[in-house]
Design a protein around this ligand. Structure first.
Ligand code: IPM
Ligand code: MG
Length: 335
């Protein structure tokens, strides 16, 4: 049995995570779920967006499934997401984005974005002075090597052909230049069999929109990965299409890449696809490969039979979409 810490969070988080848990329960009997508070609900009870009880559970469970939180305002409370990424050493953020249903006027996409998840623009090292604020952005050889090697391993394990390093070394010569040279070195020494490409982040953004099929695996720095994963999700149909895994040597947290979307919370219309697919990524990470691919196939099947949620012009709500996925799984074999 594997223990999963379930962190529904705020806004649509609880709705999409509820869908994901129902699907996972149908796909396998190898998981045991423990629920914990994070975000606004946690703050109301414990005066903390990431209470110690929750954090301890995240550390002791085999993996975590997280919904979304509404980022707290004010300097006293940092984002719980950034805190758990840092303190659990979740250095790789893996975001596969794939077209599941044709969207009018948008090209099809099938790529995996691998985002450095520990430094870059996310050091939150900001210094005030009389004239304004200076943000210190950090790029280290160690973190660059870790993420590039991760991307190479990932590409090989998942039958991908090409890795594109996305950077801005024409301007950030020293820092992005370091990232790029680490990429070149690692591809030379460990990337046998993989095609290697390099792309400036601005032109990569444009290509993602016009001809996303030129990408297979992207490896990039933290903030570029944050932005480009939303662009890629948009091409596939919207933020409901990007699952994500935060992975470290010991711990892992899987989440939909979207936020808490307070405007549609509680209405039953949120698209749970990214949360369900994040659940499938978690199964795979835990070695439950058969149920993982059953979930992925069930989701693809529901899309191919035209059961669409309202965000992409369908008429199904979160529950009805989830019931369809479960229906397909019930037709298949349970493990
Ligand atoms: C994401 C989110 C987070 C990020 C926020 C919530 C801090 O946008 O996971 O992409 O910027 O990484
Ligand atoms: Mg983001």
């Amino acid at each position: 049995m594997k223990s999963i810490c379930v962190l529904p969070g705020d806004g649509i988080g609880p709705e999409v995570i509820d869908s994901a848990v129902k699907v996972l329960e149908k796909a396998t009997d190898q998981l045991e779920f423990v629920h914990a508070d994070i975000g606004g609900a946690a703050y109301a009870k414990h005066r903390s967006y990431l209470p110690d009880e929750t954090f301890d559970l995240m550390k002791t469970c085999d993996s975590c499934l997280f919904g979304a939180v509404t980022s707290p305002d004010g300097p006293d409370q940092g984002s719980p997401v950034l805190r758990f990424r840092k303190e659990l050493d979740l250095y790789a953020n893996v975001r596969p984005v794939r077209t599941l249903v044709e969207v009018p006027n948008r090209p099809s996409i099938d790529l995996v974005l691998i985002r450095e998840n520990s430094e870059g623009m996310y050091t939150q090292d900001e210094v005030f002075d009389d004239g304004g604020v200076t943000t210190r952005r950090r790029v280290t050889r160690r973190a660059s090597e870790r993420i590039v090697r991760f991307a190479i391993e990932y590409a090989k394990l998942n039958g991908r052909q090409k890795i594109t390093c996305v950077h801005k070394s024409n301007v950030l010569r020293a820092s992005d230049g370091l990232f790029l040279s680490v990429f070149r070195e690692a591809m030379n020494s460990k990337g046998a069999g993989l095609k290697s490409e390099e792309q400036l982040v601005d032109s990569a953004a444009m290509k993602l929109v016009v001809e996303p099929r030129v990408f297979d695996v992207i490896v990039t720095l933290n903030l570029y990965g944050d932005i480009l994963s939303d662009v890629a999700a948009g091409v596939a149909g919207g933020l409901g299409f990007a699952p994500s895994g935060n992975i470290g040597p010991k711990h892992s947290v899987f989440e939909p890449a979207h936020g808490s979307a307070p405007d549609i919370a509680g209405k039953g219309v949120a698209n749970p696809t990214a949360a369900i697919l994040a659940g499938a990524m978690m199964l795979k990470h835990l070695g439950l490969t058969r149920p993982a691919s059953n979930v992925e196939k069930a989701v693809a099947d529901v899309y191919s039979t035209g059961h669409l949620t309202v965000d992409i012009g369908g008429r199904h709500g979160s529950r009805s979409f989830t019931d369809h996925v479960i229906g397909v799984l019930e037709g298949g074999k349970r493990q």
